[in-house]
Design a protein around this ligand. Sequence first.
Ligand code: GDP
Ligand code: IMO
Ligand code: MG
Length: 430
Amino acid sequence: MPNVVVIGAQWGDEGKGRIVDLISEKVDIIVRYQGGNNAGHTIVIGDEKVVLHHLPSGILREDKLSVIGNGVVVDPKVLLQEIRELESAGYSANENNLKISDRAHVIMPYHREIDMARESMNGKGKIGTTGRGIGPVYEDKAARRGIKFADLIDPDSLSARLKDVLEERNSYLTKVLGGNPLNFEEIFQEYVQYGRELKGFSCDVSTLLNKSISNGQNILFEGAQGALLDIDFGTYPYVTSSSSGSGGASIGTGVSPTKIDTVLGISKAYTTRVGEGPFPTEISGELGEELRQAGGEFGATTGRPRRCGWFDAFALKYAAQINGISWLAVTKLDVLSGFEKINVCIGYLYKGQQLTSFPSNNQVLKDIEPIYLEMEGWKEDISEAKELSELPIQARKYLEKLEETTGVPIYTVSLGPSREKIIFLNEIFS
Ligand code: GDP
Ligand code: IMO
Ligand code: MG
């Protein structure tokens, strides 16, 4: 059985949680490898909705092992709350079915403060972050002043690390950002308690995963965010601060690329983006609003309205190239029912010239003109379809066009948020 990486193929919120929840049935272990609680992965089972920020989307299946890898940044306060909420919803995240890498970095209160103070100071030039401290915690990791999960669960290490970094962070927070300093003792007392509560989850994740692979188990690597929010390949600086592409799966878990077999990219049948930054196929005005309402496009983490636009095959091709996407899961096709015409962007024009590759310069991306292929829409409600042949011919042609213009075959098509509203076109777990 293959080890599969699941990534967002656009700007996040493609339905990764929905797809991972479903296919986690076919694997033994589900591991998150980057990002933190900036993620909001929604799972709908019957009438019930669960939004996960930290926990892998396999956690609802108790017989599976869920793992948080070293590449993830963990906010212990949020994580403990998420575990409690899950329990009150009738599920369980305990020391048997959840492991957390002792090398994962910890989101501290000053990370959140810095994130929010910076965004309000930057005004118009802001990134539109989720305000969860993600940029600042990854900055500290790279600057070698981070606090790891191994430190959190050891009071002496926590005290020593916090002493080392807090003075410098407070100085930045107060002198540069005009914020208030944070108190060592208050943070220490609060976080040492979180460490006590979470100690039993601590794990050497690389050893665990590699041993499991040797024993014939298979792993699903669950990405957060999306290819175009990747720190290296996304629309920088309007990106998140981690490697959200498939390459992040190795770095963020300690499993080598040679052990990964396939990459499944999740994409909406259209495109959305939350926060600032270029978005070539964005639809403004009434039509954009119509799509937002039809798709319920409001952020699962911050509740912000998502910007909506047409499917961008040119950007997806770029995402496929960088990440080796071998299969696509197309979600929310049902949302397009009722749109008379549906556009697919097949290329970018810049100053009258057709671009041959996805631009690295945001100014260029902001000024490009999308080249659209106009497709006929369909009126029917398709959410109950069980087979491809039950879809209207226009919907089938649309899917064929997505495959043709992206060069990636479709593994599955989702027609609703809940588990049963899906059609599988291919098999990748054999
Ligand atoms: P993620 O961050 O990639 O896991 O995606 P989010 O959970 O942030 O956003 C996806 C939203 O679309 C959620 O509200 C899902 O319940 C919903 N969703 C997923 N797939 C489908 C689908 O095929 N049709 C419809 N109508 N909604 C879907
Ligand atoms: P999931 O996993 C959509 C966006 C933010 C902002 C930028 C940087 O649910 O798909 P950050 O807080 O990470 O520093 O914000 O990235 N962003 C997301 N957009 N889905 C997400 O996660 C996102 N996580 C971050 O809106 O534009
Ligand atoms: Mg989301």
